[in-house]
Design a protein around this ligand. Structure first.
Ligand code: PYC
Length: 316
C-alpha cells in the first residue's frame, strides 16, 4: 500500500461530434479568484503537471481536450472554464464549450436556457435546448489576412486566409489530398508542414490549420480537416475553426447574416454555424455554433504518489 493516499480528480467525459472533452469538476489545481486570463497564467506557470496528468497518456490521449470548471470572475457569468490540451492551453474551444454544457446538464448543474461562461478570451453566451443541442455564441471573430501565399518544399504554393475564431487558423482549400478518413496520415503530414511554413512566413500565432473540401453528407456545405496544436486532428468540425470560416465567408460576401453554414468534419459529424455582424466596417462577426455532445463517463482520476507516470507521460 502506498504511504500516502492518492490525490483524486473528479471528471466528466463527453464527446462533441466525436471530439472528446474531459471536464474537471473537483480536485483540479487551485488558481484563486482573479480574472480567468490570470488564472490561466497561474495554471500554465505553476500547475502545468495537472494539465499533463488529466489529458495526456496514460489517462488520456492526444485528442482529449481538458476543461477546468472554475468559479466565474465576471459577475454576469454563471460558470468559468479554462481549456487545455496535450501541449498547452486554448483561448476558447467550441466543441469543449458544448461538452461543458452537456456535462453540467448531465450532472444536474444546468437547465435548458441561456448560460454565460467566463473564459480567458472573454465571456461566451451559450444556450442549452430541451433536445440537448447547444448554441455557442463565440467570441468576436475576424479575418486578419486574405489569400496569403505559402510555399514549402514538397507543397508548392498554397493560398489561404489567416483568421481568428477564438484560436488562430490558416484556412485553405485542400490541395492534392481528399478530405477523407482514409487520408488522415497524409492530411496530418500536409497540414503540419503547412503550419510550419505559415509560422515562418510571418504568422507565428497560427497554431491550427483547416483544410476544406466538398461535403459527403446531404445538407452540408463543406467538409474540413483541422490540425490541432498538439498534432491530433479534430474529430468534430471545430467550433473555433467554423467561427474563423464564417468570418472569411462574411468578409467575402459569400454567406449572409443569419444564414446557416453546415460544416461537416472528417468523420462526418456536423455543426451548424451562423453569424451576425459585430462591426461590419472592421469585418468582425459574432458567430454562433450549434452542436450536440454526449456524456461518456463520470470518473475519478487517481494521482498515486508511487506512480512514476502520475503526472502523465512527457515526450522528449
Ligand atoms: O471546437 O473549437 C473547437 C476546438 C479547438 C480545438 C479542438 N476543438
Amino acid at each position: 500500500m502506498p504511504a500516502t493516499r492518492p490525490a483524486t480528480i473528479s471528471v466528466i467525459d463527453s464527446h462533441t461530434a466525436g471530439e472528446p472533452t474531459r471536464l474537471v469538476v473537483d480536485g483540479g489545481p487551485v488558481l484563486g479568484d482573479g480574472p480567468l486570463e490570470q488564472r490561466l497564467r497561474r495554471f500554465r506557470e505553476e500547475h502545468d503537471h495537472y494539465r499533463r496528468a488529466i489529458v495526456n497518456e496514460p489517462r488520456g490521449s492526444d485528442t482529449v481536450v481538458g476543461a477546468l470548471l472554475c468559479r466565474p470572475h465576471r459577475p454576469d457569468c454563471q460558470v468559468g472554464v479554462i481549456f487545455f490540451n496535450n501541449v498547452g492551453y486554448l483561448g476558447m474551444c467550441g466543441h469543449g464549450t458544448i461538452g461543458l454544457i452537456a456535462s453540467l446538464a448531465a450532472a444536474g448543474r444546468c437547465e435548458p436556457g441561456p448560460i454565460r461562461i467566463d473564459t480567458p478570451v472573454g465571456p461566451v453566451d451559450a444556450r442549452l435546448h430541451e433536445d440537448g443541442r447547444v448554441d455557442v455564441a463565440n467570441v468576436r471573430s475576424f479575418r486578419k489576412a486574405q489569400q496569403v501565399s505559402v510555399s514549402a518544399p514538397g507543397l508548392g504554393e498554397i493560398r489561404g486566409d489567416i483568421a481568428w475564431g477564438g484560436n488562430w487558423f490558416f484556412l485553405a482549400q485542400a490541395p492534392a489530398v481528399a478530405i477523407a478518413l482514409d487520408n488522415v496520415a497524409d492530411l496530418t503530414s500536409l497540414t503540419t508542414r503547412l503550419r510550419r511554413a505559415v509560422n515562418e512566413q510571418g504568422f507565428p500565432e497560427v497554431d491550427h490549420v483547416e483544410l476544406f473540401g466538398p461535403p459527403s453528407r446531404a445538407g452540408a456545405n463543406s467538409r474540413n480537416f483541422v490540425l490541432c496544436p498538439g498534432g491530433a486532428y479534430d474529430r468534430s468540425p471545430c467550433g473555433t475553426g467554423t467561427s474563423a470560416k464564417l468570418a472569411c465567408l462574411a468578409a467575402d460576401g459569400e454567406l449572409g447574416e443569419g444564414e446557416p453554414w453546415v460544416q461537416e468534419s472528417l468523420i462526418g459529424s456536423t455543426f451548424t454555424g451562423r453569424y451576425r455582424w459585430h462591426d461590419r466596417g472592421k469585418g468582425e462577426i459574432v458567430p454562433t455554433i450549434t452542436g450536440r455532445a454526449h456524456v461518456t463517463a463520470e470518473s475519478v482520476l487517481r494521482i498515486d504518489p508511487d506512480d512514476p507516470f502520475r503526472w502523465g507521460i512527457v515526450a522528449g
